[in-house]
Write a protein that binds this ligand. Sequence first.
Ligand code: HEC
Length: 437
Amino acid sequence: MFSKGFISLCCYLVLPLFICNVSAQQITWSQHIAPIIHRNCTPCHRQGEAAPFSLLTYEEVAKRASFIKRVTENHYMPPWKPDPHYVGFANERKLSDEEIRLIGEWAEHGMPRGESTEKAAPAFVSGTLFNREPDLVLRMKSSYVLKGDNVERFIVYKLPFELPDSVAVEAIEFTSNNKKVIHHANYEIDDVPDADLYNTADYVDNTESHLDYYQQYVSYRKMMKYFGGWIPGSSYESYPEDMGWVMPKRGVVLLTVHYAPVGKDEEVISGVQFFFKKKPVKRFIKATTYGSGGVGEKDIEPFFYIPANVEKSFKLNVKIPETQSLMYVWPHMHLLGKTFKAYAVTPEKDTIRLVSIPQWDFNWQEVYWFPKLIKIPKGTVLTIEGTYDNTVNNASNPSFPPQLVYGAMRTKDEMMTMIMMTIPYEKGDEETEIKRK
Ligand code: HEC
């Protein structure tokens, strides 16, 4: 390691551009690095969350310093897939150039610790990314053993609940002890004022036939209050201010878990947890699916199939029937996805950019939050464009050699989908910043 004198000599003589803002010797864990890591990395890199190791303490970070330098310099971490130059989002994960520089130099100069760090470590609530204790935790009644027979499965779990009263929801979060075997999960929240919540099956296998599902759960599906989901890489969904939806007093969550094929038995306990808020909901959120599995599915052009050994692009145009304010967009493709873009053109021919993902990655999907509500006038044409790579050049291609692929839900099939979360438009929406906690 260099002496302080040597570093300041360098500042005068040879390296003034590189290390003289904060000279490398002065970059310490406690003063510079811990705040960057705790804000940008620890939410995922801690016990019980998605990342494979914890980055909380000095020891945990220092021993991986050169690895961390590499993944931050090449922008692999923190993970963020949309092109920030196309449109920016409120939940963007990003380090500034200065933060990347500080990490790199700290790693190169022996990772000085600085003063005692204990006071700097923030409090993280375990088991949630929303970072407060959930008000209602619903889980599968018992753990589910996923057979290691390489079969892809769709299982629907019933999670009944009874509350003292209906209540406004601030956030909803999917939980699982074993996210790596899950391709995606969907949940619907049903209001069930009278039917028996308990005399039906705890779960049904929906892989081959939907008959059991209908027979068991048909009585629950009359008043759906909300639906949402989880895809690899995504976190919770939250609703600011007086926006959102109301959890009924009594009902069920029907949680559909789509399991990837696995080669050995795996044990899974999943569920959905809820965070409530005092502020009453005045503006109700609606989630609408566009493209595969939703509005306009039949209008994707050309007809949605991808022959083996080709790259192919598709486009969907859909007219929006009523004026609305857009809060979130949630793009979705599977493993052949290469690029995804969505925009909307108003009747006045203004283009509203919605999202662009130049290098689609199935493992990093997210619901993207706009900093302000976006007015989508009646008659606006929404356009979704997707490109798929069904060649051997695509390292994520699930089939070798590549196979002909159609539009459907299984991992080896493909989708071109975007869910839009909207509320009915009110005057002035597009001018107000959304306040989030
Ligand atoms: C949204 C959650 C999330 C955030 C935020 C996040 N990580 Fe990660 N990180 C992961 C997951 C999940 C993996 C394992 C999967 C992978 O390697 O792609 C991972 C992997 C890594 C790896 C190993 C990469 C490899 O090739 O094996 C390093 C190093 C890392 N993260 C460092 C960081 C640092 C440093 C930050 C903050 C600047 C950060 N991560 C922020 C979720 C996250």
